[in-house]
Design a protein around this ligand. Structure first.
Ligand code: DHB
Ligand code: FE
Length: 287
């Protein structure tokens, strides 16, 4: 039986990729953020996942404003990275897992999610930077990935409630998969940030802390407001928190928070990292 081990939640600021390229992770500006990944590295050593399901948003690389799916699920053999304009070094391609992708897709459609399926899909910094953080060193990726893109870019945006339902349906599909994959779930983006307009630079620590406090024990508390209200609270790009909400949904009812880090600012963003184990995995690690 496939096993969902836990979830890694992190900001995906492109500047993090730039810092990795320059090797300045231990500079005073960056170390408070990168140090937050030590518990993640330790956990991954034991958890040893072989598949990563990554909830993220594309930023104009694979989907542009002319074609914007609300929810898109990767079903490709390979996912190539490319630079959508940040000047970041292009990272190695990821292997996909088409059989598990189609199982998820079948589960989602059976559960009445009208998704877009992508048999070819480029992945941007929102997939690559979190994976570089989790598996530093620039070698081949130790996991196959299943990218699940949520539109956080072009109105109308899906509600936090709908994103949580999507994540829960993905979790249900994963738990019904007969393979013996060890699965880690990623939620990338956030926390509060706004890159443009009159409120450029906007950060809301109070809302970020509310999100981090509720994500584990009571994720439904993050879904009582609309996507537009999340933008009011967290900034126009802070709405990327819906990727975290969906990923949390996939982990099941009970999770154990293993670590959390919150650091302001990385670029224009309140950067955060959280790690959760699912109930099964917590028992396994304790045994
Ligand atoms: C930044 C943050 C993001 O989430 C992103 O996709 C691009 C840039 C930033 O803070 O610079
Ligand atoms: Fe982003």
């Amino acid at each position: 039986m496939a096993q969902i081990l836990g979830g890694i939640f992190t900001s995906h600021v492109p500047g993090i990729g730039g810092a990795i390229a320059k090797g300045v992770q231990q500079d005073p500006y960056w170390s408070p953020f990168f140090d937050g990944f030590k518990p993640v590295h330790n956990w991954l050593k034991t958890a040893k996942p072989d598949v990563a399901v990554v909830f993220y948003n594309d930023h104009g690389l694979n989907f542009f404003l002319d074609k914007m799916p609300t929810f898109a699920v990767g079903a490709a053999d390979t996912y190539r990275n490319a630079d959508e304009g940040w000047g970041l070094p292009v990272q190695n391609s990821f292997k996909g897992d088409t059989a598990l992708s189609w199982h998820i897709i079948e589960g989602l459609v059976a559960d009445e999610f009208d998704i877009t399926t992508c048999q070819s899909m480029l992945v941007d910094h929102a997939v690559v930077v979190p994976c570089q953080l989790a598996w530093p060193g620039g070698v081949d990726w130790p996991v196959r990935i299943i990218p699940i893109a949520i539109n956080t870019v072009q109105f109308p945006l899906p509600s936090p409630k709908r994103c949580l339902a999507l994540g829960r349906a993905v979790g249900k599909a994963l738990r019904s998969w007969q393979g013996d994959e060890r699965i880690v779930v990623f939620g990338t983006g956030g926390l509060s940030h706004q890159l443009d307009g009159e409120r450029a630079g906007f950060i809301n620590q109070k809302y970020d802390r509310f999100c981090m406090d509720k994500l584990g024990p009571d994720v439904d508390a993050l879904t009582t407001i609309s996507a537009l209200d999340v933008i009011e609270e967290a900034g126009s790009q802070g709405v990327e928190i819906v990727n975290w909400i969906a990923a949390r949904g996939a982990l099941g009812d009970t999770v154990h928070e293993l670590s959390r880090n919150y650091h302001i600012p990385i670029s224009n963003t309140a950067a955060a990292t959280m790690l959760f184990a699912t109930e099964n995995e917590a028992l396994e690690q304790a045994a």
